[in-house]
Design a protein around this ligand. Structure first.
Ligand code: DP6
Length: 401
């Protein structure tokens, strides 16, 4: 079929975020409204990002989507909710501004392709980056300039926090229509340059209980979750914001660990109980506490989402020693892959004193599969070069180079 030129093609990238005050539980499943506010750190896209291309053309007969080069069902309810919402916002804008040259684009179908630069199977939160990137890219292609929290949120709640770089809060809001349930930047990525993030990839297996199903069960059965949302999180949001503003690392680290632990406690308080941490996760928890005790100071923090992988926060002066401690306690497997990916970390010796303080016999190799070293990063970006597009002028995925 001879194609006309597409009306528009846009490619953007978006980051992964990791919550330090966790979102767990919805008060409205349809609108994806949370029972508590949450706060996250945006990770750098040099190490972890989603790239998405959206193309609209009069030639297309249906909306289509490809994820990591495989065509997926565009009828998925969450995807449909995002598409509906962006088109509604686009229509609103067009009505306000007559004579828009792009107004015909609204009746056009869209093709979307999306890839991650990290293995989806690693169990890292890919849905947040994915839906943030979808919202951001669709907004550019349809000329929408309003707040995109709602579009991203309808895909996956935590995705609205990936719309900004640095440190981001998702204010739960009070309105029943969710208009005030929005993500806002607390501080930009340049605010705390010494902060480092290590992702300890423990398991590449698909998790037993997904977040959506898990949090629904927790809302229905856990009295602890209700208590957490009403009586604990509001003060923690304020305290976490202060720690970030003042770059108070021990305060930030302690609250991060406590909030992760409370989230996992609400999972255990769910009936039937949910458990995301495994034996390796628990060894990492002990390792962090012993490392801190040895230094007489909180130098490292862990946090875990709905899976066994650990995300570690520390400062640049501590990274090398902590990586040495991880290497000692979790000897790398011999799969030939690099144990440390991402930012360079200079090799450091492990002192006999620290080794004794850790009091940990090395496990069988491969408990921690690998580490991704990264830092705080910026929000979504637009890629201008046409070569960046994942879809060709015909609107189909370009053959992999
Ligand atoms: C444990 O955003 O994946 O990572 O809104 O149902 O898609 P849905 O859930 P999702 O939940 C994330 C939960 C968490 C904590 C967090 O990121 O705040």
């Amino acid at each position: 079929m001879a194609s006309e030129q597409p009306l528009a093609a846009v490619t953007c990238t978006a980051p992964v975020n990791i919550a330090v005050i966790k979102y767990w539980g919805k008060r409205d499943e349809e609108l994806v409204l949370p029972i508590n506010s949450s706060l996250s750190v945006t990770l750098h896209q040099d190490q972890l990002k989603t790239t998405t291309t959206a193309v609209i053309s009069k030639d297309f007969t249906e909306d289509r989507i490809w994820l990591n080069s495989r065509e997926e069902d565009v009828g998925q309810p969450r995807l449909q909710a995002c598409l509906r919402e962006i088109r509604r916002l686009a229509r609103k804008r067009r009505n306000a501004w007559d004579g828009d040259p792009l107004s015909s684009s609204l009746s056009c179908k869209v093709h979307v392709a999306s890839v991650n630069n990290f293995p989806t199977a690693a169990g890292l939160a890919s849905s947040a980056a994915g839906y943030a990137c979808l919202a951001y890219t669709l907004a550019r292609v349809y000329g929408v300039e309003s707040d995109l929290s709602e579009v991203a949120r309808r895909g996956s709640g935590s995705a609205c926090r990936s719309l900004y770089g640095g440190f981001v809060e998702w204010q739960m809001g009070e309105q029943t229509d969710g208009k005030d349930s929005v993500a806002r930047q607390v501080a930009p990525e340049s605010h705390w340059p010494e902060l480092r993030v290590l992702i300890l990839v423990v398991s590449a297996e698909k998790k037993l209980t997904g977040s959506t199903v898990g949090m629904r069960a927790s809302v229905e059965t856990s009295p602890l979750l209700r208590f957490r949302a009403e009586a604990v999180v509001p003060a923690r949001m304020a305290e976490m914001t202060r720690c970030i503003r003042e770059r108070d690392f021990p305060g930030f680290a302690q609250l991060t660990m406590k909030d992760s632990n409370q989230f996992h406690a609400t999972c255990l308080d769910t009936f039937p109980p949910i458990s995301y941490l495994n034996a390796v996760s628990w060894r990492i928890i002990h390792l962090v506490h012993r490392f801190n005790a040895h230094h007489g100071d909180t130098k490292v923090a862990y946090t875990f989402d709905a899976g066994p992988n650990a995300v570690i926060f520390t400062l640049d002066d501590t990274v090398a020693e902590f990586v040495a401690a991880v290497r000692h306690s979790f000897p790398p497997g011999s799969n030939g892959d690099a144990f440390l990916k991402g930012l360079q970390v200079r090799p450091a010796p492990l002192s006999a004193e620290l080794q004794a303080a850790l009091a940990m016999e090395p496990t069988t190799p491969g408990g921690v599969k690998y580490i991704i070293a990264t830092q705080v990063g910026p929000g979504p970006q637009i890629l201008d070069a046409p070569s960046a597009h994942l879809l060709g002028p015909d609107g189909l995925p370009k053959p992999a180079a």
